[in-house]
Design a protein around this ligand. Structure first.
Ligand code: PLP
Length: 386
């Protein structure tokens, strides 16, 4: 079945009791368990029913969890109140004294939770440039339990060879975790390539309309699913049913949105590459991107996010202050184009010297291309860069 069809027909296309085409929104905190107790009068024991309390499970949330599990080809799916709640909850399966090898340019918030909260609780982390898998191998220690990757990386769109890293992880008995937010399962399915856990900020392309904060995780196996469920239920960073419902709706149109957005990204990135005030463009869809070949081998597209550096700080400031069709904002993946300034926004929590080492300079601008006509965006960007 084509992936676009699976986005619509994945077991949740109609409500089984009413036939409604929209997934039912169960706005409830608890569930009546009277029948279970009635049965107990005859049988002598209370049999647990599927739903008892909405932190532990909710049918609307279950529809999203099963949908993302089938799209990512995993055994179990989990929904969270945000992408970072998904990251934090997955990291919650580890214990003090464990060590994680993480790509050095993961999302700034993931970097922060590893370097503050989890560091305090004794989870060690070594950041590496994962675009060379040898660095991942070198960083493995006797207490390493997992590798944490994100490709394309954020915000410089570096590509990591997932299969090479998963092979290294398997040899060392490690869990491979991938943040697949930028690509979505439409373009890249890490579990098919050998990952054990996939994470999403569903706030981005999956939700797709800049109107919800949400996160997801998918485990390859039931066993890992049990561990993540224990944290989801125990930690309790679950989403409300309204937010879940918005993500379910967003997923249905993922293919048409992302394909159009990617087409726009390719056109604008190519145009920017020859602009006189642009120093560099970072987009794996460009022929000169060093990771293009690897990305083409493991993903079916380059996505709709790219970054570029202006030649001077003034040009970057002027662009962000005068661009009209792109919101100067945090986030990505919505139908509206967003221009982010990583040094002051997504990566502000990374110390300045570390940011500079990573190439996240004050001339770097990240663009998430929306559904506007790319020619209108080019005309607008041209004025803002003049
Ligand atoms: N992962 C990536 C790649 C992100 O870009 C973000 C947010 O920008 C997150 C995780 C965190 O998601 P959220 O903002 O939904 O908590």
């Amino acid at each position: 079945m084509d992936f676009g069809t699976l986005l619509i027909h994945n077991g949740h296309e109609a409500d089984p009791t009413t036939g409604a085409l929209g997934v039912t929104l169960y706005q409830t905190s608890t569930f009546d368990q009277g029948n279970a107790y009635k049965d107990a009068i005859d049988s002598g024991s209370v049999s647990p029913q599927e739903y008892d309390y909405a932190r532990s499970g909710n049918p609307t949330r279950k529809a999203l969890e099963e949908t993302i599990a089938s799209l990512e080809r995993g055994a179990r799916g989990f929904a969270f109140g945000s992408g970072i709640a998904a990251v934090s909850s997955v990291l919650g399966i580890f214990k003090a004294g464990d060590h994680i090898v993480a790509a050095e340019d993961i999302y700034g918030g993931s970097w922060r939770i590893l370097n503050t909260f989890y560091k305090r609780w004794g989870l060690e982390m070594t950041p590496v440039d994962a675009s060379d898998s040898k660095n991942v191998k070198k960083a493995i220690r006797p207490n390493t339990k997992a590798i944490f990757l994100e490709t394309p990386s954020n915000p410089l769109l570096k590509i990591t060879d997932l299969k090479a890293c998963f092979t290294i992880a398997k040899e060392a008995g490690l869990i491979s975790i991938v943040d697949n937010t930028f690509m979505t399962p439409l373009l890249q399915r890490p579990i098919e390539l050998g990952a054990d856990i996939v994470i999403h900020s569903a706030t981005k392309f999956l939700g797709g309309h800049s109107d919800v904060i949400s996160g997801l995780a998918v485990t390859k196996t039931e066993e890992l699913g049990k561990q993540v469920y224990a944290v989801q239920n125990g930690f309790g960073a679950v989403p409300g049913p309204w937010d879940v419902w918005l993500v379910i709706r967003g997923i249905k149109t993922l293919k048409v949105r992302l394909e159009a957005q990617e087409k726009g990204a390719k056109k604008i990135a190519a145009w920017l590459s020859s602009h006189k005030n642009v120093e560099a463009v970072y987009y794996p869809g460009l022929e000169n991107h060093p990771g293009k070949q690897v990305n083409d081998a493991q993903a079916s597209g380059a996505g709709a996010v790219f970054s570029f550096k202006t030649k001077t700080l003034e040009q970057a400031r002027k662009f962000l202050g005068t661009v009209k069709l792109a919101a100067a904002a945090v986030s990505l993946g919505g139908v509206e184009t967003i221009a982010s300034y990583p040094v002051a926004m997504s990566h502000a929590s990374i110390p300045q010297n570390e940011r500079e080492r990573l190439g996240i300079t004050d001339t770097l601008i990240r663009i998430s291309v929306g559904l506007e006509n790319p020619d209108d965006l080019i005309a607008d960007f041209d004025e803002a860069l003049a």
